[in-house]
Write a protein that binds this ligand. Structure first.
Ligand code: PEP
Ligand code: MG
Length: 592
């Protein structure tokens, strides 16, 4: 029985919002951590390779069975598991492991462990958090093969027969997709981050999750009572009675608000004084269009196209890209689909392009820089986008633009793409809107000159905060400084929006700042035209916009611009809008 003084509060990363209170169920995944190395005589190498190959086949078959059984609500994410299927035969993992067995005359388990850690370190050199977290995909695939090599059993989450909260070191997307909502209330893991696929899936399931807790599996015992606060990324182990009562109330309040807000997600985002805003969704794969529509999104404001280039040794060809883009354009028509060109940085996971080691990858050969250095790859993508534009309201977005030259250079490549499409006699639409991401301070300063070259701006606050405040967005040690409410960031956004208005072009925001309710009074006051965010955030943002008056928020902005720190700005927001924010909150709430 927990005493009043034993509650432990663990802080992790919010994986999926919401609160649940229940008994812990530790997912036991023993066996694959202790790997022995031993030599294989030359005449047994072939046998060892066959043993490895048969483990890969078994692992693939297991996963194929899981894919077949993926419940309807998670069908949109089956693509993630399909990618894992492909990864089983990936050169980085499969080919490399076989090479290691052959060249080093070692056992298959050891070779697989080596190949996995080499592949993972390639991904970990990448600064983009999305790409970085793809190393988790490699790990999950490798773990399944390893279990088959060693002959130890897979965790079967679908066999859990009581209502529990899962506590695991890590959960793969395949395991997460076996979760049965009537059994699993929520989950927490030692590893993982917000951009992990596990986290993407769990947000779709809409069960609370906290990830990246480091040592939850060591601190929590089976059947301990735990509170998972997925919105704040907090887990409370053996809670005191008054904590339990408090969280019980919060949980009920949260669920009621969530249901109320979801019911209104199809209503327009019209402010209290009649200004209409367009609220769109950010996606990584065509399957996510459904979630955008279900949550009341009015278009795709950011289609991150990196996903199709990952976990493979070759670049996707034009037809493959075209099929994806066309599918999204048709599904979303007549609403806009803003396709962002490849935002990748020196991705060593993709073969064929030798990329140098970079000491500061986020300041390196990333995004538009990579594309302009590799015009063939860029042109393939541009042709696919221009072709898809013949089937819907497709727009083009260029990432990481730092100056006008990059826009001129891109226009040249677009012209070449158009010329070649014309020559090939393929249907395309040249009359496509072209926008740029504003996410580098130099782009903010040069916004007036750039506005003459493009049709719209889209502010990427995730990077704008990183580059403005000199805070690596994936470095946990400086995460406390990462705040879009920093006065410098607000002034930069103001400059961009004001310039856009002067130059008569629209300014959107597609960074995370747009999905946090607390920022809305400022964003509306700044005069942004549209917002794009993760689908699950759309209902609460639309709901909140309906409660705010734009003319009031413009007056409020004058006070905001007098603040000299993020914390003062935050206090000003809660002092001025406290009640409205508390009542409108769905994925962020307050326990005040
Ligand atoms: C951003 O930087 O705000 C953005 C939306 O792009 P990404 O997170 O993909 O870098
Ligand atoms: Mg960015």
């Amino acid at each position: 029985m927990p005493s009043d003084t034993t509650q432990i509060i663990l802080k992790g990363i919010s994986g999926s919002p919401g609160i649940c209170i229940g008994k812990a169920y530790l997912v036991d995944k023993e066996g694959v951590d202790v790997i022995e190395k031993y030599s294989i005589p030359e005449n047994k190498v072939k046998k060892e390779i066959n043993r490895f190959k048969s483990a890969v086949t078994k692992a693939k078959n297991e996963l194929a069975d899981i894919i077949k059984g993926v419940p309807e609500e998670l069908r949109q994410h089956a693509g993630i598991l399909e990618t894992h299927l492909v990864l089983h035969k990936d050169k980085m993992l499969y080919g490399k492991a076989i090479d290691i067995i052959k060249n080093e005359l070692v056992n298959a388990e050891w070779a697989l462990r080596e190949a996995t850690s080499q592949a993972k370190s390639m991904f970990s050199n990448i600064s983009d958090p999305y790409l970085k977290s793809r190393s988790a995909d490699i790990e999950h695939v490798s773990e399944r093969i390893m279990r088959n090599l060693i002959g130890c059993k897979d965790v079967n989450i679908s066999n859990i027969d009581k209502r529990v909260i899962l506590v695991a070191h890590t959960l793969s997307p395949a395991e997460t997709s076996q979760i049965q909502l009537e059994k699993i209330m929520g989950f927490i893991t030692d590893r993982g981050g917000k951009a992990s696929h596990t986290s993407i899936i769990v947000r779709t399931l809409e069960i609370p999750a906290v990830l990246g807790l480091d040592n939850a599996t060591q601190l929590i015992k089976n059947n301990s009572i735990i509170i998972v606060d997925g919105s704040k990324g907090v887990v409370i182990v053996d809670p005191e009675e008054k904590t339990l009562i408090n969280y019980d109330g919060l949980s009920k309040k949260y669920e009621t608000r969530k249901a109320d807000i979801l019911r209104t997600s199809d209503l327009p985002a019209k402010s209290a004084d009649g200004h209409l805003f367009s609220i769109m969704g950010n996606i990584e794969q065509p399957e996510e269009v459904v979630a955008v529509k279900d949550h009341g999104g009015e278009g795709i404001g950011l289609f991150r196209t990196e996903f199709l280039y990952l976990g493979r040794m070759n670049f996707p060809d034009e037809q493959e890209l075209f099929n994806q883009y066309k599918e999204v354009a048709e599904l979303m028509a007549p609403h806009p689909v803003i396709i962002r060109t490849l935002d990748i940085n020196g991705d060593k996971a993709i073969s064929g392009i030798p990329t140098p080691e970079e000491a500061n990858p986020s300041l390196g050969l990333r995004a538009i820089r990579f594309c302009l250095k590799n015009p063939k790859i860029f042109k393939t993508q541009l042709r696919a986008i221009l072709r898809a534009a013949a089937y819907g309201n497709v727009q083009l977005l260029l990432p990481m633009i730092s100056g006008c030259e990059e826009i001129h250079h891109t226009h040249q490549i677009i012209d070449e793409a158009v010329e070649s499409l014309e020559k090939d006699g393929l249907a395309y639409n040249r009359d496509i809107q072209i926008g740029i991401m504003i996410e580098i301070p130099s782009a903010v300063i040069m916004a007036d000159a750039m506005a003459d070259l493009v049709d719209f701006f889209s502010i990427g606050t995730n990077d704008l905060v990183q580059y403005t405040l000199a805070i690596d967005r994936v470095n946990r040690h400086v995460a406390y400084l990462y705040n879009p409410l920093h006065p410098a960031v607000i002034r930069m956004i103001k400059h961009v929006v004001d310039t856009g208005k002067k130059k008569n072009i629209k300014t959107f925001m597609c960074g995370e700042m747009a999905s946090e309710i607390i920022n809305l009074p400022i964003l509306l006051g700044l005069g942004l035209d549209a917002f794009s965010m993760a689908p699950q955030s759309i209902p609460s943002i639309k709901n909140m916009i309906r409660k705010i008056s734009v003319s009031e928020s413009k007056l409020f902005l004058k006070e905001v611009l007098k603040q000299t720190s993020a914390i003062d700005t935050m206090n000003l927001i809660t002092d001025t809008y406290g009640d409205t924010l508390v009542n409108g909150i769905y994925d962020k709430y307050t326990d005040k």
